[in-house]
Design a protein around this ligand. Sequence first.
Ligand SMILES: *Cc1c(COP(=O)(O)O)cnc(C)c1O
Length: 385
Amino acid sequence: MTVFDRFGIPAIINATGTNTRLGGALMAPEVTAAMTEAASLSVEIPDLQAGASRVIARVTGAEAGIVTSGASAALLLGAAACLARLDPAAMNRLPTTTGRSLFIVMRGQRNMYDRAITVAGGCIQEVGIPDRYSGPGVRDADAWEIEAAITPDTAAICWLAQPQSLPPLPAVVRVAHAHGLPVLVDAAAQLPPAGNLRRFIDEGADLVVFSGGKAIGGPQASGILCGRRDLVSSALAQMLDLDLFPEYWRPPAEFAPLGQLPGLPHHGIGRSCKVGKEEVVGLLVALERFVATDPAAQRQTWLNRLRLITDGAGLAGTRIVDAPVPRLELPVPDPDALFAHLQTHAPPIHASLADRHRGVVTLSPIAISDDQARAIGAWLGRWAG
Ligand SMILES: *Cc1c(COP(=O)(O)O)cnc(C)c1O
């Protein structure tokens, strides 16, 4: 009997991917063991985040980093850092702002996760036109349009990391830095390849956000904010419980800029996305595992798992799509009917209908076991669609 059974909660087989709605990634036994161990120990959270910073700095090349309760939380904290910098009075005011509060976002990169910037107190200012109509005019935004939008009210420039994102990050960084502004990159789902852990920092980003509950295989409620030491330190100060006498405050060297504060902020804007010691160590163990894993071997594991599905399925036309995480496409006349069939399995199998408009049901190997892959194959084999 599982803990879900005990509480009458139906479990599922998640062949959709690391979607938050379906429980995110699965954690390796060494990750859960670290979380269990941390749960019965006490620690000062600044020391814990200093340890996290050392690991994150090593794997990303950033000056500093912290573990957050997710990429969305990291985006919120990163925005709060760009707004308040190292001013504790400004930290205490957020989400109310009195000075620079505009975040420039390419219109074609808008997404509902950017709400986290607004939650921190930022205002989004769109630039560019994602023109998909005019043929030769197809574009998103040019660097000069960003430059033209910068005013004394600009707090930062945002960039959504995706293979097709325009302008390229180095061009955005050039404009931002020429005006003394930070660049905040949302790279939540850009892993694998593991090389992306370093890439955006290498290209000059001041803050980069990753999700811990996706391909890294950390706790579902974990994420990473990494980048410039002053900004990461500001973010940490806005998440920490700093209810202590100021003379007792000794920030770890990893967050040295916090030693310069004229006073301590209290329960900042990030207090609502606090992260537990279990999530911090879970993320760190998962992150070390993620960077130590041979990409070719990992890929082979995923491909073998997809083959366990196709071997049992006996469906015509199935194809394995080559992507950072390979996936299986099942072309069928009625994707919703196949989806419904998968849901009748016990436990229900969840597949992706993201491509149903082109008659495809998609299966991901990342959040299932080999046994579950075999079960999916057998259940597909019973479908007479
Ligand atoms: C998944 C995702 C997020 C949120 O990540 P969490 O770790 O679940 O908070 C933010 N931005 C983008 C682009 C994402 O894909």
